[in-house]
Design a protein around this ligand. Structure first.
Ligand code: RB5
Length: 145
């Protein structure tokens, strides 16, 4: 069974949202691996995408959450890793479908574009959904060629 822990990281723009989601996840009983950033100082989002990618690769976590200002930079960085399927979501429907159709293992949120309530809904949908397999399995396999 894959590690149920959730690795989460952000840059400075995502700090407040990350801290809110970490608190929500822990209150809900999830094991959370908080990989920073931990303060308001300006940092580079690729470093935090790399940190979550490493946690997925070495088995410390089974799923990840990444946050930057728009979610764009950190999702580009995360998807440079062959084992990462990072999905930038702005609503609960895409957060569900990225699991069901794309077997996404990282949810990406934009802290400057997505409010806390929608972010919570996205995270809940992402965590509740499962990969549907079937016709999607071969397509997802081609992503890692
Ligand atoms: C940081 O100012 C901002 O550029 C970053 O959080 C992100 O939005 C990049 O895609």
């Amino acid at each position: 069974m894959p590690n149920a822990a959730i690795a989460i990281a952000c840059d400075h723009a995502g700090l407040t949202l990350k801290n809110e989601l970490v608190a929500n996840l822990r209150a809900g009983g999830h094991v959370v691996l908080d990989l920073g950033t931990d303060g308001p100082a300006s940092v580079d989002y690729p470093d935090f995408a790399d940190a979550v990618a490493a946690a997925l690769a070495d088995g410390r976590a089974g799923r990840g959450v990444l946050i930057c200002g728009t979610g764009i930079g950190i999702s580009i960085a995360a998807n440079r890793h062959r084992h990462v399927r990072a999905a930038l979501c702005h609503d609960a429907t895409t957060a569900r479908l990225c699991r069901e159709h794309n077997d996404a293992n990282v949810l990406v949120l934009g802290a400057r574009t997505t409010g806390i309530e929608v972010a919570r809904d996205c995270l809940a949908a992402f965590l509740a959904a499962a990969f549907a397999g079937g016709r999607h399995a071969g397509r997802v396999a081609k992503l890692s060629r």
